[in-house]
Ligand binder design. Structure first.
Ligand code: NAP
Length: 282
């Protein structure tokens, strides 16, 4: 049964829904942002399984929940119960965020644009001059490829172990996207790991998404994995001399785009970044 906790009248409620949900960092990100921006909102983590999708959205309507972050296994499952989708959510057939547009409950996907905002804040890169390799072709890769295409990256090369999924992901990136292989990496300015390899708890030994000899010192290497903050992949890329960035930037920026959709306000990233990296390090 899906239950959102009762709150007093002055508070607006938002929540992350999915299963499992206990280790989600979203409550810490959003409750820190609400506090920082002095908004009288509260954000919960609610366990919702796939077969409770309809009940979840009915409860959102009934309780006037002002926003949802959406994680596995609900990214597709909530879609039939919403009133509409943004163009991005339609293209990706996945929502990571639910918000109200007037009386309509809408689904959006802020992952890819969160990646772009993080990239811009870290590198100040003119994307139309940059060739990027995206390693992996799952949900995260697809949203990143779609947003890179929207932002006219010079070239987007998807490298994935299953060719069929690579083709599907590349098809979202527009005319500048194609599939490729490790041999393409030398010509890339930016290499992005969007596989879960290196994530805490996935393997006893660190596995690299790309053999490190395919990378070089003049590249920027980004891992979408944010726990640990420095993966073995980033550690080895850094030791080559490459510039490296963890998935923390994307994690916070995709959340802040949701915050904006719900509240109409921007939140400052500075205070949030420290709180989240401390929590991950613990
Ligand atoms: P997903 O949908 O399961 O896709 C995983 C991709 O990784 C697939 O393309 C898969 O290849 C590939 N892969 C998995 N194991 C592999 C292996 N042993 N060797 C080679 N390729 C392998 O996962 P996702 O939702 O895209 O998430 C991927 C990662 O991104 C996760 O670690 C997640 O935490 C992270 N993420 C971070 C953020 C952020 O805000 N920083 C946001 C979203 C996701 P096949 O297609 O061949 O199966």
């Amino acid at each position: 049964m899906v239950e959102f906790p009762e709150v007093n009248d002055l508070k607006f409620t938002a929540a992350v829904v999915g299963k499992p949900i206990a280790h989600s960092l979203s409550p810490l990100i959003h409750n820190t942002a609400f506090k920082q921006e002095k908004l009288n909102w509260i954000y919960h983590a609610i366990e919702v399984s796939e077969n409770e999708a309809s009940e979840c959205i009915a409860a959102v309507r009934e309780k006037n929940i002002r926003g949802l972050s959406v994680t596995m296994p609900l990214k597709e499952a909530l879609i039939p119960h919403l009133d509409g989708l943004t163009e991005t959510a339609k293209k990706l057939n996945a929502v990571n965020c639910v918000y109200w547009d007037g009386d309509d409950l809408m689904g959006d996907n802020t992952d890819g644009d969160g990646f772009i905002n993080a990239l811009r804040s870290q590198l100040n890169v003119p994307l139309h001059e940059k060739t990027l390799a995206i390693i992996g072709a799952g949900g995260a890769a697809r949203s990143v490829v779609y947003s890179l295409g929207k932002n006219q990256a010079k070239e987007i090369i998807v490298v994935n172990r299953s060719k069929q999924k690579a083709e599907k992901a590349a098809s979202l990136g527009g005319p500048n996207a194609r599939i490729g292989s490790y041999e393409d990496l030398a010509a890339c300015d930016i290499v992005v790991n969007s596989t879960p390899l290196g994530m805490v708890g996935t393997a006893t030994e660190p596995l690299l998404p790309v053999p490190i000899q395919f990378l070089s010192a003049n590249q920027t290497v980004i891992d979408l994995v944010y726990n640990p903050i420095e993966t073995e992949f980033l550690r080895q890329a850094k030791s080559l001399g490459a510039s490296t960035f963890s998935g923390l930037g994307m994690l916070i920026h995709q959340a802040l785009l949701q915050f904006l959709l719900w509240t109409g306000q921007n939140a400052s990233i500075a205070g949030i970044e420290n709180v989240i990296s401390d929590a991950i390090s613990r």
